[in-house]
Structure formats: C-alpha cells, structure tokens
Design a protein around this ligand. Sequence first.
Ligand SMILES: [Zn+2]
Length: 211
Amino acid sequence: MNKSKDKLSRYVTTECEKLVAGVLRTLKRFEVYAFYIEDLTHYIASMFRDTQHLEGKSRANARRFFLRWNQGKLRQLLREMGEKQGFEVQEVPAAYTSKTCSSCGTIWTDTSASEVSKRIFGEAKKATVSRVAKQIKAPVKGKYGRITTENFVCDCGFHADADANAAVIIGRRGLAGYFVNTTSEAAAEEEAEQEMQEIPSEDGVLQAAVA
Ligand SMILES: [Zn+2]
C-alpha cells in the first residue's frame, strides 16, 4: 500500500509542478510579478460539495483522497515556486468569491451552500455571509450567482465565465489588502481533519487512482 501511495504522491506532485510552472511562465509573459491565491477553506468547501452526492464509504474515500493528496498542494507550489522566481504571493479569504458579482458586488447565496458553510465555518451561513458582506460592503441576495460550474449571472445584467468572475473578486480582495485570516483557516483545517477522523479508514480510492 505504501508503494502505491508514494507512486500517487509523486505523480500528483509532478503534475502540480508542471501546472504551476506553466502558470508562472504565463504571468511572466504578461510581465505580472505578483498574484493572489484563495485560501484552503474554499477548497475544502468545494471538495465537500463535489462529494455530496456520494454515500457512505465512497464519500469518505473521496474526501480523504482529496484531503490527503490534493489539499493545498497547488497552493503550496504556487507560493514556493512563485517566491523562488521572485513573485510576490499573497493569500486572500476565499469565502463567496464564486458567489459575488464582480460588476456590482452583490453576493448571491443559495441553500445548498448553507450546509457546507456551516460545516466549514462552524456557524450558520447568514452569519458568514453578512460578515463577508460587511467587509467588502456588498448587498446580499438569494438567487442568480453561479448558476452552473461555468456561468455566473447577476440581475444587474452582468454575466461571465464563473472562474473569471471569481478571479476578479480574488484580485480585488488582494489589491484591497484583504488577506487571509490564519486563525479561521486553521480552524477550518482542524474541523475538516476532525471529520476525516470520524470516518473509518479506507484506502480503496488510492488503489483505484493508481490502478
Ligand atoms: Zn451584479
């Protein structure tokens, strides 16, 4: 089993390094020497959301797989490789970056986000949303937003690629000096770790991934 894990770990690292090297090359080509990245909280939230449809062991395996092998790998490499090459790298809070309109600033919430938010932030969605909204001075509404994986739509008339919209929000938070709160990040990690420990250990997914 350890052999499979090592093999998978090396594979993931190599692929991530290639990806990051490509991103840094592109930034240099456009003479960009600073960038902002989302913190881990969002990653765990979306990973949990992506595994929501699975049940029992499958879900536990999928979540453990993501946590163990992919958690923060890209972020870590972006930071390490970026800084080594002279980039300025900062992390910004990721809450609602994919739900905020980059044109008018409205935060669009939906009920499916509620459970995830509760689990990740340890509090009801409303409290989290209003906290974020207050910080970035945005109104809060309840439909539209990220309507599919690819599309973001707002009632102000703005629509865009959902990732491009989120990237603008991340960039703006960075430019505003709205950097990550390491305390809440640590709390989110701890909570995710705790949840993982409550699920019985299964390595099937690892075998499946390297098969
Ligand atoms: Zn809008």
